[in-house]
Design a protein around this ligand. Structure first.
Ligand SMILES: NC(=O)c1ccc[n+]([C@@H]2O[C@H](COP(=O)([O-])OP(=O)(O)OC[C@H]3O[C@@H](n4cnc5c(N)ncnc54)[C@H](O)[C@@H]3O)[C@@H](O)[C@H]2O)c1
Length: 434
């Protein structure tokens, strides 16, 4: 399937990248640079080259700055900007495309990628509504390609341990819990200034915990409610949210319920000691799991630098720059591992055996619930519901509640005082147990 020229050879996966902002810099760029230096090796697919072949963004400015700064760390790549940037990127013959545009612009780009028959990796949440997810799933199947989403917190060693203890029956039956994730004001104030209007920190970051809870504890999502505050990023009566509080209620097979509260903000003062403050507590029948990003172990003060230029508490597991004991400079962490895992899945599908077995390998990769978009239905349902509740709140109808699979409909919004509930999504979110 490759149209690879030059010395790359025929065992190559040519990458396209749409969006070259903050997350590109933190996770995709280090992955592509390491892949350029070392290739990607696995027993099933051998050595595969993964050149960054083309990027597309709104203005192309950051891509050009990167090209200048990167020197030999990255190969030559084409850069497209403007209205038709994605189409032109797809015309270059890339094999897979990573989409890291703002969350309300994932769908339009992801759809084009799949329509062009390219494997897709999209930032979380893949889309904001279930009918969009249906369409991406349909296209991925029709075109015979992977459609995957990045939830890198599932690869955080602490969250892997949590899931391991649950899977092994050490921690039994999560009954309730809370998660809080606080982003600094610079994220809403300058980093995302271009696309912040009408957006909320719930879809941006609560979604990490929605997926963590869904993936780790299972169960059927039953009810979604949400509220939030405005007045710092935008008008107090407007559509741009400073902070949100989301509640999810699940049904379990044994007839018992579970409930989780997820609080997020992107207006935490910039001089807060940690960059992204994260805290969770999950309560089980037989235990409690507490995790706190500032108690993960490191606190460092440097005169004149902390806590603004460098943070006092740091997450060296996500994406750290290191001087390795053997002298090499590296950038590694679970944020980068998540990208590499996807490329390994694509490499296994394309090069992991005879072409007659490709369909089986595709099925095997699609069965991975941590990243396949087909396993993201409940996470997207929660986002879809939250977006609708907040939109109604901003329009003067607060305190909505969404019921999942209610009366034969997938998502149904109830508003206080409204004569009739509103159906947000007709199809089933999850299938009834057999
Ligand atoms: N996994 C994580 O923890 C994590 C962290 C940060 C961001 N993200 C996600 O990554 C995505 C991007 O976030 P970011 O922080 O990099 O944002 P950003 O604002 O820094 O960068 C966005 C990029 O998208 C480009 N872009 C915008 N609209 C486009 C369009 N229509 N076509 C092509 N390019 C377009 C911009 O030019 C820019 O390069 C979001 O979905 C966000 O939720 C994930």
């Amino acid at each position: 399937m490759n149209t690879v020229q030059g010395k790359i050879g025929d065992r190559a996966l040519r990458a396209g990248m749409v969006g070259t902002g903050m997350i590109f810099d933190e996770t995709y760029r280090p992955f592509f640079e390491r892949a350029r230096a070392e290739g990607l090796h696995g027993r099933r697919f051998g050595l595969v080259e993964v050149p960054l072949a083309a990027v597309a963004s709104r203005t192309g400015k950051r891509a050009e700055a990167y090209r200048r700064a990167a020197g030999g760390r990255i190969g030559d790549f084409q850069s497209f900007s403007g209205e038709t940037a994605v189409e032109r990127l797809l015309d270059t013959g890339v094999d897979f495309v990573c989409v890291a545009t703002p969350d309300d612009r994932h769908y339009a780009v992801a759809r084009k990628v799949l329509e062009a028959g390219k494997h897709l990796l999209v930032e979380k949440p893949s889309v904001l509504a279930l009918h969009e997810l249906d369409e991406l799933e349909r296209l991925a199947r029709e075109k015979g390609v992977l459609a995957k989403v990045v939830y890198h917190k599932l690869l955080d060693p602490d969250h892997k341990k949590l899931r391991t203890l649950v899977a092994d029956g050490q921690l039994r039956h999560a009954n309730n819990g809370y998660c809080s994730l606080l982003e600094p004001k610079q994220v809403s104030g300058s980093q995302f200034a271009e696309w912040i209007r009408g957006r909320n920190p719930g879809t941006y970051v609560a979604v990490h915990y929605i997926k963590l809870i869904d993936f780790t504890f299972g169960g059927r999502l039953k009810t979604v409610s949400c509220t939030g505050q405005r007045g710092i990023v935008g008008e107090s009566g407007g559509t741009t949210w400073d902070s949100t509080q989301l509640r999810l209620i699940y049904d379990r097979d044994d007839g018992r319920e579970a409930a989780f509260d997820i609080h997020t903000s992107w207006v935490t003062p910039d001089n807060f000691p940690g960059y992204v403050e994260q805290e969770v507590q999950f309560r089980f029948d037989n235990g409690v799991w507490n995790a706190h990003s500032r108690r993960r172990g490191v606190e460092c003060t440097i005169e004149g630098k902390t806590p603004v230029e460098i943070k006092i508490s740091m997450n060296n597991h996500y994406n750290g720059t290191f001087l390795e004991p053997w002298g090499e400079r590296s950038q590694r962490g679970y944020g980068i591992e998540a990208i590499e895992r996807f490329v390994r899945e694509v490499a296994t599908v394309e090069f992991g055996g005879p072409s007659a077995g490709r369909a089986d390998r595709l099925r095997e990769a699609r069965a991975l619930a941590y990243d396949d978009i087909s396993a993201e239905r409940q996470a997207v349902a929660a986002v879809h519901a939250m977006e609708a509740i907040l939109a109604r709140h901003a329009a003067g109808e607060p305190d909505g509640v969404v019921r999942v699979n209610h009366d034969g409909k997938g998502l149904v919004l109830f508003l206080p005082g409204a004569a009739k509930p509103e159906v947000l999504y007709e199809g089933k979110v999850w299938r009834e147990p057999a």
